[in-house]
Structures are given as C-alpha cells and as structure tokens.
Design a protein around this ligand. Structure first.
Ligand SMILES: Cc1cc2nc3c(=O)[nH]c(=O)nc-3n(C[C@H](O)[C@H](O)[C@H](O)COP(=O)(O)OP(=O)(O)OC[C@H]3O[C@@H](n4cnc5c(N)ncnc54)[C@H](O)[C@@H]3O)c2cc1C
Length: 503
C-alpha cells in the first residue's frame, strides 16, 4: 500500500502522541527533534544519583474517573503506572506561623479554609460550591471539534448546558480577582498559589475537581519516564525519531508544505508536515512569517490582550542526603529577605517541592528538592549566558545559596547534607526546547481563553498543521495528547479514512 508520509517537528508529548495515532491510521511518520531525548518540557535530568523532575505535578486522567484516562490508555498501559494521590496539594505558611493546608478532598478543604479564615465564610462557600458544581462535569473528548457534525454539536450542548451559567461566571474571572475579595491574607495567598494568579478561576476549580476525584495523580518514575513510555509505543508502532536534528525551515512549494530542512542542510520530503514545536519559531522562522493573519500577529506581538504567555523559570534542584518523612511534599513559606531573581521578579515566599513520595528518584535515604521561580525576563538570562558566562554562573550560585539558606532555616539540617546543587534558567529551557520566551507552558489559561479555539492550520498554507501547547491555550499534557489525536482525526477525514484509535 502507498502510505502517506508525515514529518513531525518535535518529540515533545504532543509530537509523540500525534506520531502514534498517525501510525495507527496507516501513515508513515518521522519525527525530528533538536534534543537527544523525548518529552520536550515533560522531562527530568540525572545528577550524581539524583533525578530532578521538571514537569508533572499532576497528570489529569491518571484514573478512570476522568475521560483523559481512556486517551492515555490508548497509547500506554496505564495499569503499569503507579500514581501518588496526595492528601494535601500544598501547604502555605505565614510569618506568624499560621498554616493553611490545601487539601485535595473538597470537604476537608472547606473545613480547613473555614478554620483559617472564618471571616471569609461566604466567599469560601462560593468557592467550594464552584468546585462541587463541576465534580460531575466531564469534557467531551472523543471527537475533534473540527470533525464534529451538527448532531455531535447538539449532544455536546446538552451535556454542557447544566454547567453553562457557572462556567460563564468562573471562566471570566481571574484567580487574582477572586482572591482580592478575601479578607484573610493567608487564604488569599493560598488561592493565588493554586495556579497562576492571572489564570481563569475556572481553571483553579477544575484542578481541584480533578484532585478531589483522584484523577490527577503523580506517576511514580516522574516526567521523563512517562514521556519515554509514549516514545516506546511510538517506535513499536513503526515510528522513527531523529534526535539532535534541529529543523530550520519548512519546505514550501506552491503554498503547500513539502518537507523540512535541518540546520545542517539535510532535508526530507513528505506529503504532510506537522509542527509540534514552538509556535513563534514555527510561524516566523521556519515559515518566514509568510502565513499569518491579524489574529496571529496579535497573539505573537507580545502585547496581546487575548493571550498571555506563561513565564519562564529559574529552577533550583537540590540533592539532599536525608529524608523528610514528616514534611508535606509541597509547601510555600515566607522568606526573611526577598529573593531577587532579575529585573522582572523578586520573591517574598518560596514554593518548594520535596520528593519524599517517589523513592525511584534518589538512592535510599536521600531526597531531591526543587524550587520553581517564575520570571518574564528570559532575555536577561539568555544574554548573560551568551555574553558573560562567569556572571551567569555567579547569578545561579547566588540564587541557589539564598534558596539553601531559606531551606536551612525552615527545614534544618540542609547545608550539611547537600550533595548536589543544580540551577537551570530560561536560557536552559530555550536551549533544550526552543520554547518562545522560555515559556514553561505556552499560553496561559487567562479569562476568556477557555472558549478560544486556535486553528491548527495557517492561513494560505496547505498540508501543514500545528499542534501542542501553542495551539491549545492553557497548555499541559492532556491538551498535548488531545492535540495529537485531534490532528490525526482531521487528517483522516481529509483522506476519507475512518479514524482508528488502536492498531
Ligand atoms: C515546570 C513545569 C511543570 C509542569 N507541570 C505540569 C503538570 O503538572 N501537568 C501538566 O499536564 N503539564 C505540566 N506542564 C506543562 C507540560 O509539560 C507542557 O505543556 C507539555 O509538555 C507541552 O508539550 P508539547 O509537546 O506541546 O511542547 P514541548 O514539550 O515544548 O515540545 C516541543 C518539542 O519540539 C522540539 N523542537 C522545538 N523546536 C524544534 C526545531 N526547530 N527542530 C526540532 N525540534 C524542535 C523541542 O525540543 C521539544 O522537544 C509543566 C511544564 C513545566 C515546564
């Protein structure tokens, strides 16, 4: 049989998922990836016996109580993964020693919030009422919106209708706006720490809903292990991955994508090209900005009122030769002096993740600890790394030293047990994943973006698609698999093929 050839740019989760579904549907696919490992942002790295996990805090669809479970299970055997469901999502502390525990069980969370902030009783009931409202809600996932017929649309409407009013209320409000109504400062900070302050409050509610339903666990083995499982499936389905192969250009003839050209000059032709890579470099570099409209120009102007990019990260990882049996796995605590990151960001609190729940990431008796510090000043870090490596390293050391001091003060017995200190910066994110501005998750789920559907095609260009976090506002792993699955349905429909989700 004459199979169509599809080239996919990027072996992140969306690229690997698209490749797997396309292989199932009789396409010959080949992935080109600039790095030497799969996963893109869904990654981890090893340092002296410790694995520092970058990505998965929670994986939506970790249990059959969520519809994403069925999707993951189409690609990997979910039974072989062990998931951890934390009782406490995170704990937040203030300088006076007050503690608010964000329980994953919604009843316990309500009780805890009311204990800490009785003055905010009504607001807490409104918030918890919002979480409870969406517990029975399930996302319709099976068919890509692009291939739905009027009957599918009607069925979806019937399913969504009971939630529409509540959805409209919460979706158009940011977490910041909701939190500003809290009288209690600790409750306010707790709400802001659930996700990004600028994100839609609906996103917060859905995160808590997934946790309450025990549908958003952490997979033992971590992010890279998870990505490698998808890579393994893709290869078993006959897919081919070319690592250390940076795509420089999409070859276009007569406004139709015909293949790719690599940085080293090599090229390869295909019937269809899919970019699962960064949106900015895809549109403005690999395609030279020739296939854009006003909407795309606005999104990528950096000033868009509709779409805002997730920040980049300075990410501090520590390997500590001790255990933390009695500490929560995630905590936010106040710093004695602010931690200056760069011109765009300074922190008064430290958000810490203690990997005391995954023994596969360090030898027995030892624990990895990570600290995520968001920043919008990727340029500072990229320029410093390029032009003044000594200062770049000194800045990393300065931040790490302050983090270690703060942990010593809060947890004790840190300095004498540290075996590894590792700091990655926005320059590292760009170097290893090429994401625009070093963003760690693409477009933020700000108010108004949940209903915003971005096209997977570009105006005027045929046989070309974009998938992944740059066309799925909110980003994350579930949209990555959905994006790869949906694009396969779109391609199958165009070729008059029935979409298959198994071999
Ligand atoms: C710190 C952190 C925490 C997160 N926590 C969670 C979480 O708890 N739950 C969750 O669901 N999501 C989480 N995410 C988000 C999630 O990891 C991402 O949204 C998702 O992995 C994006 O997948 P993607 O395939 O769309 O993009 P990417 O992962 O960015 O993949 C794109 C791939 O394309 C490659 N590429 C780019 N340009 C080129 C080129 N020119 N040539 C060849 N290859 C190229 C890149 O190297 C990369 O491998 C987190 C992310 C981070 C960083």
């Amino acid at each position: 049989m004459n199979h169509k050839k599809v080239i996919i740019i990027g072996a992140g989760v969306s690229g690997l998922c698209a490749g797997s579904y396309l292989q199932m549907n009789g396409y010959d696919t080949e992935i080109y990836e600039l790095h030497d490992t799969p996963g893109g942002l869904c990654t981890a790295w090893d340092r002296k016996g410790y694995t520092f996990d970058f990505c998965i805090h929670w994986l939506m669809g970790s249990s059959p109580s969520d519809r994403f479970y069925g999707l993951w299970n189409e690609l990997i055997n979910m039974d072989t993964l062990e998931f951890v469901y934390h009782e406490i999502f995170f704990q937040i502390e203030d300088a006076q020693g007050n503690i608010l525990r964000i329980f994953t069980d919604v009843d316990k969370l309500e009780e805890e919030m009311k204990r800490v902030a009785p003055e905010d009783n009504d607001l807490i009931e409104e918030f918890i009422g919002g979480v409870r409202k969406f517990i029975p809600f399930t996302f319709p996932l099976d068919k890509a919106p692009e291939v739905m017929n009027p009957l599918d649309g009607l069925k979806m409407m019937v399913r969504v209708l009971p939630f529409l009013r509540a959805f409209k209320k919460w979706e158009k409000m940011s977490a910041e706006e909701f939190a500003s109504r809290c009288k209690n400062p600790l409750l306010k900070r707790g709400i802001l720490e659930i996700f990004m302050p600028e994100s839609s409050a609906f996103f917060l509610l859905m995160t808590l809903v997934s946790m309450h339903k025990k549908a958003a666990g952490y997979p033992i083995g971590g992010s890279l292990h998870f990505a490698k499982m998808i890579e393994e499936r893709y290869i078993a389905l006959g897919g081919k991955i070319n690592y250390k192969s940076r795509v420089e250009k999409v070859i276009v003839e007569d406004d139709s994508a015909r293949g790719i050209q690599l940085e080293n000059g090599d090229s390869n032709r295909a019937d269809i090209v899919i970019s699962a890579a960064d949106g900015y470099s895809t549109i403005f570099k690999m395609l030279g900005g020739r296939y854009v409209n006003e909407k795309l120009r606005d999104y990528y102007s950096g000033q868009s009122k509709k779409l805002k990019v997730f920040p980049s990260l300075v990410f501090v990882s520590l390997g500590v030769a001790r255990t933390f049996d009695n500490e929560p796995h995630a905590m936010v605590f106040p710093l004695k002096k602010p931690l200056y990151i760069d011109d765009s960001m300074s922190y008064g609190n430290l958000s810490v993740r203690i990997f005391n729940f995954d023994s596969t990431l360090a030898p027995q008796g030892k624990t990895p600890i990570t600290v995520m510090l968001g920043t919008y000043n990727h340029k500072f870090w990229v320029n410093l790394r390029k032009n003044d490596r000594a200062t770049y390293n000194r800045e990393k050391e300065r931040i790490a030293a302050q983090v270690v001091d703060a942990l010593e003060e809060r947890l004790g017995n840190i300095k004498s047990t540290i075996e590894v200190v590792d700091v990655s910066t926005p320059a590292s994110i760009i170097q290893y994943t090429n994401n625009w501005k070093g963003s760690f998750e693409g477009w933020q789920p700000s108010p108004g973006t949940m209903m915003l559907r971005m096209d997977k095609t570009l105006p005027g260009l045929s046989n070309f698609y974009m998938i992944g976090q740059w066309v799925e506002p909110g980003g994350g792993l579930p949209p990555a698999i959905l994006s790869g699955r949906n694009v396969t349905q779109i391609i199958c429909r165009k070729d008059n093929k029935k979409f298959r989700k198994q071999v």
